[in-house]
Design a protein around this ligand. Structure first.
Ligand code: ZN
Ligand code: ZN
Length: 234
């Protein structure tokens, strides 16, 4: 069941806990994140229900190289012909097919990355992101580099609708949170990275949790203010 967050921005749940986002563009769709190994089938079924075909996905932007976002990426590229884009600081992880030993700040995080279930088919990206750029062909999707959860984590901001697709920079499972510190590469960077987001975000999509739209977005602004109170004082 898909959900429209804003004109041109559609949420597709790939499991009960994981979301991907489809963004309308000049030449077709940009997909933000994939999901676990079964996500390609779920995404292509949702696309068919929208009356569109696999080849309409022109590019896949990965918010970061964690298995719950990229495990289905190799298969989805094969089934759609889409290009895969990721920030340059996470590209080596994507190509390695796993999070490296030093990729999580906590021992619990490092332990889970040894599990074969959390490894993926290595993917060589078609293009690398640096942060600050617009995704070509996407009709206004801006890349904001938000290191902390991973070194190359990015948030995508759909400028026509002021919608932020937050990946794992913010979680919204019950309450807004930065997520478990042990699973982040450098948890100390996370709050500061969020100060890079533009003002006036009108809708928020989370890789994990319920989106915020309409008047509910005020909870997101309050969360940001509490993270970095000095940033918002006159
Ligand atoms: Zn993650
Ligand atoms: Zn995640």
């Amino acid at each position: 069941m898909t959900l429209t967050l804003a004109p041109g921005v559609t949420l597709i749940p790939t499991t009960k806990r994981d979301n991907a986002f489809l963004v309308d563009g000049d030449d077709g769709f940009t997909l933000v994140d994939v999901g676990w190994a079964k996500a390609p089938g779920v995404l292509l079924k949702a696309l068919a229900e929208l009356g569109r075909k696999p080849g309409d996905i022109k590019r896949i932007v990965l918010t970061h190289a964690h298995p719950d976002h990229v495990k289905g990426a190799a298969e989805l590229r094969e089934r759609t012909g889409a290009h895969i884009l990721i920030h340059q600081a996470d590209a080596a992880w994507l190509e390695a097919g796993r999070v490296p030993a030093e990729g999580r700040s906590g021992a619990a995080g490092r332990l889970i990355d040894k599990l074969p279930a959390l490894h993926w088919r290595p993917v060589t990206p078609d293009a690398l992101l640096a942060g600050g750029e617009l995704i070509q062909g996407s009709d206004g999707l801006r890349v904001v580099h938000t290191p902390g959860h991973t070194p190359g984590h990015v948030v995508l901001v759909h400028e026509p609708s002021h919608t932020a697709l937050l990946g794992d920079a913010v979680f919204h499972r019950g309450e807004l949170a930065l997520g478990p510190a042990a699973l982040a590469a450098d948890p100390r960077l996370r709050a500061g990275s969020l100060t890079q987001l533009p003002q006036g975000i009108a809708a928020a999509g989370f890789a994990h949790g319920t989106p915020l739209t309409g008047p509910d977005i005020s909870a997101f602004h309050t969360f940001l203010e509490q993270l970095a109170p000095k940033q918002h004082q006159p």
